[in-house]
Write a protein that binds this ligand. Structure first.
Ligand code: ADP
Length: 170
């Protein structure tokens, strides 16, 4: 199972969209394994967006991402990183496809509702950046066998009920 980091940006918090966006992840079958609210510091944002520090819009990122507290979350699932990126949509909300989170809730490049890790390497670094180990709760949700098939979960398939050896003898 993969884990991926989501940040509900101030655009989600202040527009009261957290519940709507989170329900999309839950409906899809992703499991929450970490969640907390925090105020981001400029220092943390320099680390998190280090690939964008030289861009002319970096001051905008700092301003926007510190405008309110954010909610950081870890979601778990098979191929969770790419699944969440597909649900998220393109960076610019005006160009993101309808049906995606940004396509349905955003009209902006910066005010685009959530951050989602873009690769397994980034996800690992980002989860460590925002969560201490004791704040994470990797677990197998009770519904897991109804979210993924046994072959996907690496579990040997048991015979269908009513076809065990005793039934055959009878
Ligand atoms: P993504 O969030 O889709 O992974 P990037 O890593 O390229 O995209 O950018 C990180 C964040 O920086 C974006 O989500 C957005 O908030 C901001 N950003 C990116 N490009 C622009 C831009 N051209 N103008 C304003 N903000 C931008």
């Amino acid at each position: 199972m993969e884990q991926t980091l989501i940040i509900f940006k101030p655009s989600a918090i202040e527009r009261a969209l957290v519940g709507k966006v989170l329900s999309r992840f839950e409906q899809k079958g992703l499991t929450i394994t970490g969640m907390k609210m925090m105020q981001l510091s400029e220092e943390l944002l320099h680390q998190h967006y280090s690939h964008l520090v030289s861009k002319p819009f970096f001051p905008l990122i700092l301003h926007s991402m510190t405008a309110s507290p954010v909610i950081v979350m870890v979601l778990q699932g098979i191929q969770a990183i790419s699944v969440v990126r597909s649900l998220t949509g393109a960076t610019n909300g005006r160009e993101a496809l309808p049906g995606t989170i940004r396509g349905d809730f955003a009209m902006s490049n910066q005010e685009n509702i959530i951050h989602a890790s873009s690769s397994p390497e980034d996800a690992e670094t980002e989860i460590r950046r925002f969560f201490r180990p004791e704040e994470l709760f990797p677990r197998t949700a009770a519904a897991t066998p109804f979210i993924n098939s046994t072959d996907e979960l690496g579990i040997p398939a048991s015979p269908p009920q009513g076809t065990d050896s005793q039934d055959k003898k009878a």
